[in-house]
Design a protein around this ligand. Structure first.
Ligand code: PMP
Length: 451
């Protein structure tokens, strides 16, 4: 019998962790099968999938409609070149399905194979748009501190992962950052609502400082998971939209995590009442059954892009037919009012369950829920002179391990438990998730009491 964890350590590069750490913990956990809201590993252990992989499997695992659509498409046409004057019927059908799902506000699509590629292509299109319209000086892209937008050099540069950026740099130039709207811990030291949404004003000030003629785009997540599901105040997005329009800076919404129903609508920007100029999608577009991302352009950008603009070389796998067929079936499942209503209902239930079961427990910090995105902060123990205080990374690793032991899979990153169950999960799964977390926090209190 293959020892999958040992063989994985030997044969597969583990990014985002180290091989030494994996060897110490006997990892990685190697998943083998899945159904609905559960994952099973190579040793037969079963876990609740409380993160939908990584906010990917919105329709749940092994959905028969998606499996059937992929099988039929692979039989019909598994691959064909889909650019440079070629396309395929599955990609055309998906582009139509997707633009219908957003009511035609965004009316043309470019397909990628993941989130980094979607954000990168969205921003390249923003630069192309300006240069094709006679403004070649508009190059700089502004993002927010604390964000994650991907792992290509461009998107890594827009992210706040200095430790990785330093290791693989130099990064491209033409990048700038503004503050993040994190009201619970305002980077400007102000408090809402008296702050006049200074976080949005920081964008206007930065554009002024850099020179409006040099700025191409502002990219941000409607609600950032990397910044711990920090939900901006209601005035933030309308203010940002107005600032971008005022300075002819394209607003690029990174909806890689928040899109495709995760926040109770097709796009989370719709929940804030705004339209971006370009939207980047990936993750849940196929619910993870095949790698696929998409860049959606607003109809004003589509019409504003000169028809003779020569687009950059694209990807071999753009518009992959089997991935597109999976996405069309997935949208048929997820883009229904009752699914969005279900997300709102389960969101409220998850928030109540987390607050009821975790509130007041030692080492539980902030709890934030938006749609079926949620985060629970680990309150670090106070420093005691003469005693070693475990780091956030150490505590996160322990929590992840205890949750797995108890039968719940999720990630704990830098002292923040990330949650995001499949959208079709039964309502009572929200209570089960909160119960697992309560036991893990009890274990944490016990552990910290001992050291
Ligand atoms: N944007 C956001 C907001 C993300 O969370 C991620 C990945 N977690 C990406 C972009 C990059 O997506 P991918 O890993 O598919 O390249």
């Amino acid at each position: 019998m293959t020892d999958y964890p040992a063989t994985a350590r030997e044969r597969i590069w583990q990014f985002g962790t180290s091989h030494r750490k994996m060897a110490r913990t006997g990892g990685p956990v190697v998943f083998d099968t899945a159904d609905g809201c559960h994952l099973v590993d190579s040793t037969g252990r079963r876990y609740i999938d409380a993160l939908s992989g990584v906010w990917v499997v919105n329709a749940g695992h092994s959905h028969p409609d998606i499996v059937a659509a992929m099988t039929a498409q692979a039989t019909r046409l598994g691959y064909a070149l889909s650019e440079e004057g070629f396309a395929n019927t599955a990609a055309v059908d998906l582009a139509t399905r997707l633009t219908d799902a957003v009511d035609g506000v965004y009316d043309r699509v470019y397909f990628t194979t993941g989130g980094s590629e979607s954000v990168e292509m969205a921003l390249r299109m923003a630069r192309l748009y300006h240069s094709a319209r006679g403004k070649p000086g508009k190059r700089t892209v502004i993002s927010r501190q604390g964000s994650y937008h991907g792992t290509t050099l461009f998107t890594l540069g827009l992210s706040s992962y200095d430790i990785f950026s330093r290791a693989v740099g130099p990064l491209p130039d033409g990048l700038a950052k503004v503050v993040h709207p994190t009201c619970a811990d305002c980077p400007l030291g102000r408090s809402y609502p008296g702050c006049a949404v200074g976080c949005a004003q920081d964008l206007a000030d930065t554009i002024e400082r850099l020179g409006p003629d040099t700025v191409a785009a502002f990219v941000a997540e409607p609600v950032s998971t990397s910044a711990g599901v920090a939900v901006p105040p209601p005035e933030y997005w309308p203010a940002v939209r107005e600032i971008c329009s005022r300075y002819d800076v394209l607003l690029v919404a990174d909806e890689v995590v928040t899109g495709i129903g995760r926040c109770g609508d097709v796009l989370a920007t719709r929940r804030f009442g705004i339209e971006a100029d370009i939207v980047a999608l990936a993750k849940a577009l196929t619910s993870g059954y095949a790698p696929l991302g998409a860049v959606l352009t607003h109809r004003d950008i589509t019409t504003g892009m000169p028809a003779n603009a020569l687009l950059i070389p694209g990807f071999t796998f753009t518009g992959h037919p089997v991935a597109c067929a999976a996405a069309t079936a997935n949208l048929d499942i997820l883009c229904r009012p009752e699914v969005h209503d279900g997300v709102h209902r389960k969101s409220a239930r998850l928030a109540t369950a987390l607050r009821d079961r975790l509130g007041g427990r030692p080492h539980v910090g902030g709890i934030r829920v938006f749609g079926l995105l949620a985060a629970v902060d680990l309150e670090p123990p106070p420093t005691v002179p003469g005693r070693r205080t475990p780091s956030a990374a150490e505590l996160s690793q322990l929590m992840t391990g205890w949750l797995l032991e108890s039968g719940l899979y999720t990630r704990v990153v830098e002292g923040c438990v990330q949650l995001g169950p499949p959208l079709l999960a039964p309502d009572d799964l929200m209570d089960a998730i909160a119960d697992h977390l309560a036991s893990a926090f009890d274990r944490l209190a016990e552990h910290l009491g001992r050291i």
